[in-house]
Structure formats: C-alpha cells, structure tokens
Design a protein around this ligand. Structure first.
Ligand code: PMV
Length: 323
C-alpha cells in the first residue's frame, strides 16, 4: 500500500463566510475572500488498506475523538464514492498551530485531506474539483486549495462553488501577526455556528452588503491599497461577530484580551501605523500589516497583557503533495 502525503495552509478570511444556503453541501450564504497563511500548516498522510475494518485517524499523534472520526469517515465516503472503492483508510495528520481556536484549522485539515485521500484513491482532480471536494469537509477549506489570495464564490449549485486564486502569494507582502490569547478549543464549532446564523435578524443586513464588500476587497488587494483594506476587513469582521452575538443561542467568541488588542490596533492606526485586525470564530486576533512593519508590530503585541504568544505568517501557496 502506498502512503500519500499532502500539506496545506490554513487561511484567514478578509471577507467572511458565516451561514450556509445548504448545510449538507456547505454551499455558503455569501461569497468570501481569504489569504493562505504560509508557515502554518497541516500535513496529512493517507493510506487505503484492504486489511482495515474501519478508518483510523491520528491527530497530532493522539487517537481522534468519535466526532472527529465520524466527520473524517463521512468525508472519506465522498472520496470512495468518486473513486468507486470501498477500502478503509489509515490517516495521520499533524498541524503546527493550535486547532479550534479561530485559526481556521479545519480549512487546512480538509484541504490536505481532500488532496491526500483523492490522490491515494487513484483520482487526479483538477483544482476546482479538489476545492469543491474540500468544501464538503469544511467550507473554508475550499479556499485553502488554490494559492495566495482566494475568492470562494457562493452558488445554489454544488458544481459552481469553489475557490479561485485572484493573486499569487508574491503579489503583496502582507503579514498576519496572530496574537494568541487562548489555545483552548472553542465550545461551539463553526459547523454548528453556521446553522445559527439565520436566527440573527442581523444576518440579512450582513448578506445584503456582502457582494459589495467582496468586490471592494478584491480591488483593494489587486491595488495593494492597505488603508481601504483596513477599514473594510474590520467592518466585515464586526458584522460577522454582530450576527454571532445576536443569534439564538448567542455566540460570544471575544475575550477581554481580544478587545484590548482590537482597541490598541485602532489606536496605532490613528497614530499612522498601517495595521488592522480580524477575528474568526475564536478569541485570537489576526493583526495584519505590510511586511516592513511586522517586527515592530509583533513586539508591541507581545507587550499587551493576556497575549500568550504571537505567530507570524505571510501569504501562502496552494495545497500540494509532498514525498
Ligand atoms: O469552514 P468553517 O466551517 O470552519 O467556517 C469558517 C468560518 C470563519 O472562519 C469564522 C469565517 C471564514 O470565512 O473563514
């Protein structure tokens, strides 16, 4: 049996995905845009083995929980269906960053798994088909398949919703300084969170403006216009968290240290620094800046009480097979 290994980077959304039109197919309520994060990565090895009675899954050298096993086996069923096989698989996966804490670990996890499993099953999927497959594991994984800065289009049709790169990593040397304030897994994961989005009366207003924000964000990236990007991605982040906080039940992901960082970043921007923030479904704060400001910014972030450590990532490449 051959072992196939793939690596993939997580991504940080500048224009967020929150809520689905179709939960089973993970067709998003609106289109989103993100940057892959170089340096942070998930590495996943898959081996189909006819002697196995069940799929087995090791995450960071530990046996996975039943929920994790079920989610991965359900995903592998899609791959088996595509490849017309029934064989079970042995999966080992490792990430070099905290999972379930708002660093979109499921994005790199399912992008790497989609590539390693489909290749190990003998399939040779093109980028669009691979992105569509990864999407079925976790929506944001659709954006970790292509390279650099990526738009994931919404659609009512499974065949039309996949990630497309709008610029390669070298297009713009942005740095994401991720201020870690908690390494704990969040209590409510995004799969459940997406189902709650429609219970907030603010979701309709958020969705109404989403196409315009996506268009503007695409332009700011192509123009490398940091100051427009800064206001836009903070607005988009606040809109998503307003929906989370007003859903039933409400979801509150921010911690006191998250707010302290957000406040500090807005102050530094008023003082003339090119810096802005965004948060996914967790308390850790992604602080973005041009590469030239990253050393200085990371040092400032490390000085804020409650910051455990700061990870740093520039724009990353696509999901890929390694030896
Ligand atoms: O792909 P999921 O189901 O983990 O959802 C990701 C949702 C956010 O990270 C909060 C936003 C986004 O667009 O990545």
């Amino acid at each position: 049996m051959t072992i196939t290994t793939a690596v993939s980077h997580p991504n940080i959304a500048f224009i967020k995905y929150w809520g689905n039109r179709n939960d089973e197919l993970r067709l998003p309520a609106s289109s989103s845009l993100s940057m892959n994060l170089a340096g942070l990565q998930t590495r996943t090895a898959v081996e189909f083995d006819s002697s196995l009675r069940n799929d087995t899954l090791l995450i960071n050298r530990d046996t996975a929980s039943q929920d994790q096993q079920r989610r991965v086996s359900d995903f592998l069923d899609l791959v088996r269906q595509l490849a017309s096989i029934k064989t079970k698989a042995r999966i080992t996966t490792e990430s070099n960053f905290p999972s379930g804490a708002g660093i979109a670990s499921s994005s790199s996890a399912f992008a790497a798994l989609a590539l390693a499993a489909s290749t190990a099953a003998g399939l040779s999927l093109d980028e669009q088909s691979l992105s569509r497959l990864a999407r079925r594991g976790s929506g944001s994984a659709a954006r970790s398949v292509p390279s650099g800065f990526v738009v994931w289009q919404t659609s009512d049709k499974d065949g039309d919703s996949f990630g497309v790169s709008i610029a390669p990593p070298e297009h713009w040397a942005l740095v994401d300084c991720i201020a870690i304030v908690s390494e704990r897994e969040k209590a409510i994961g995004s799969t459940e969170g997406h189902k709650l989005a429609a219970t907030s009366t603010l979701q309709a207003a958020r969705l109404a403006g989403a196409p315009h924000r996506l268009e503007l964000c695409t332009k700011t990236i192509l123009d490398r216009d940091f100051s427009t990007l800064a206001d836009l991605i903070e607005l988009d982040c606040h809109l998503m968290h307003a929906v989370m906080m007003t859903s039933h039940p409400p979801l509150h992901y921010w911690m006191p240290a998250s707010l302290a960082i957000m406040e500090a970043v807005r102050g530094w921007r008023r003082d003339g620094l090119s810096v802005c923030y965004t948060l996914d479904a967790g308390p850790n704060v992604h602080v973005l800046c041009p590469a030239g400001e990253a050393d200085h910014l990371c040092a400032r972030l490390e000085g804020i009480p409650g910051v455990i450590r700061v990870l740093r990532a520039g724009p990353g490449g696509p999901a890929r097979i390694i030896d």
